[in-house]
Design a protein around this ligand. Structure first.
Ligand code: SF4
Length: 72
């Protein structure tokens, strides 16, 4: 059975530090003193697809994208 994961992709050059993505605080952080978000994890389970879609859609700078990976 294949196992799907989502790879989260953050374009740190696009990020304007709006912080909407911090609603998923286990995935994103803005380190103290930083203006841009940082990924705390790069892969999440496929059952978080809706959440990831919402994250990507809610970033005002369109800095968040994702892709679905098949892993054996
Ligand atoms: S929502 Fe987008 S612009 Fe805002 S901190 Fe997160 S990645 Fe950066």
């Amino acid at each position: 059975m294949s196992n799907q994961k989502i790879e989260i992709i953050l374009d740190a050059h696009q990020c304007q530090g709006y912080g909407m993505c911090l609603m998923s605080e286990d995935i994103f952080e803005i380190p103290q003193g930083s203006q841009v978000a940082n990924l705390k994890m790069h892969f999440v389970d496929i059952d978080r697809e809706d959440e990831v879609k919402e994250l990507a859609g809610s970033c005002p700078a369109q800095a968040i994208s994702f892709r679905i990976l098949e892993s054996a």
